[in-house]
Design a protein around this ligand. Structure first.
Ligand SMILES: NC(=O)C1=CN([C@@H]2O[C@H](COP(=O)(O)OP(=O)(O)OC[C@H]3O[C@@H](n4cnc5c(N)ncnc54)[C@H](OP(=O)(O)O)[C@@H]3O)[C@@H](O)[C@H]2O)C=CC1
Ligand SMILES: O=C(O)C1=N[C@H](C(=O)O)C[C@H](O)C1
Length: 263
């Protein structure tokens, strides 16, 4: 399967290039970054000291030479590449986070034409954790206050993380609620007492933390914590490669990592 990587010079872009180069069933065909990127014109494997023959370019017409684009960039970048992928029938694995509701709807609509895996976290461990959270939310549906904590590196631009948001959505769905109606996004000053049935979020940004998520179910006399901690970005890259292969025989449709790990 011929793979294109966008954000080729980014933290995840580089992890993905390495993972694709090592994967027996995937070939690195295209590497893209934005028009202002200092990486344009470099070999995609230069950071590994390797010559791959694939040059990083800003030319989105290159996407016609790939079966699947793996995109970890910014929402505006993803939507730009989405248009080209629709035009060429190129599948997409989208790991980018921070989309608005309208932007998510644009991706959903595009999936009527092309096959897309869209997930805020590609790690198998996090997607298994989502299943544990659904069960915990069913069992602890009264008398437990839910608080979601996440910590990431100093460069992360969106908050709460896409993973924290989907964790909240999984729990809210189990409770038959819309997350936006019950989320306490931040607290400061005289907040008043905690509202029953709400989900609180708290965020840390610092140093090189790759990604920590903890969901607390705080009851009276006890507290249950479900945590996932990433120690390498390679899990996201491996999950993305698995997602690309999952799309191989799909003509169109929107899929999650839950679909990928259950296949
Ligand atoms: N789903 C998952 O499993 C994971 C998701 N993520 C998400 O992936 C995204 C990227 O993360 P990360 O690799 O750490 O970020 P980086 O900033 O390291 O990489 C992003 C890449 O995209 C480029 N870029 C920036 N703006 C645009 C744009 N408008 N159009 C096209 N390209 C652009 C950057 O270029 P430049 O550096 O020149 O600005 C860079 O090459 C984030 O949304 C993050 O939350 C991250 C890890 C796991
Ligand atoms: O920006 C990151 O680094 C990460 N982003 C994703 C998110 O927003 O959940 C996934 C992971 O936590 C790393």
């Amino acid at each position: 399967m011929r793979i294109a990587i966008s954000g080729a010079n980014g933290r995840m872009g580089r992890m993905l290039i390495e993972a694709v180069l090592q994967h027996p069933d995937l070939t690195l065909a295209v590497a893209i970054d934005h028009a202002g990127s200092p990486s344009l014109g470099q070999d995609a494997g230069a950071f590994l000291g390797q010559q791959t023959g694939v040059t990083i370019s800003a030319d989105i017409e290159q996407l016609q030479y790939a079966d699947c684009l793996i995109d970890f960039t910014r929402p505006e970048g993803t939507l730009h590449y989405l248009e080209a992928c629709k035009r060429f029938g190129t599948k997409m694995v989208i790991g980018t986070t921070g989309f608005s509701t309208e932007e998510k709807q644009t991706i959903e609509k595009a999936a009527e034409q092309i096959a897309i895996v869209f997930a805020p976290n590609m790690s198998v461990g996090v997607n298994a954790t989502l299943k544990l959270l659904a069960l915990a939310a069913q069992l602890l549906n009264t008398g437990y206050d839910v608080e979601i904590f996440e910590a990431h590196h100093r460069h992360k631009v969106d908050a709460p993380s896409g993973t924290a948001l989907i964790m909240g959505e999984v729990i809210a769905n189990e409770w038959g609620k819309n997350l936006n109606d019950i989320a306490d996004w931040a607290r400061h000053g005289h907040t008043g007492a905690r509202e029953e049935g709400h989900i609180g979020f708290s965020v840390v940004r610092g140093g090189d933390i790759i990604g920590d998520h903890t969901v607390m179910f705080c009851g009276t006399g006890e507290r249950i914590e479900i945590s996932h901690k990433s120690s390498s970005r390679s899990t996201y890259a491996q999950g993305s490669c698995r997602a690309a292969l999952f799309l191989k025989d799909k003509a169109n449709g929107l899929f999650s990592m839950s679909d990928v790990i259950s296949a």
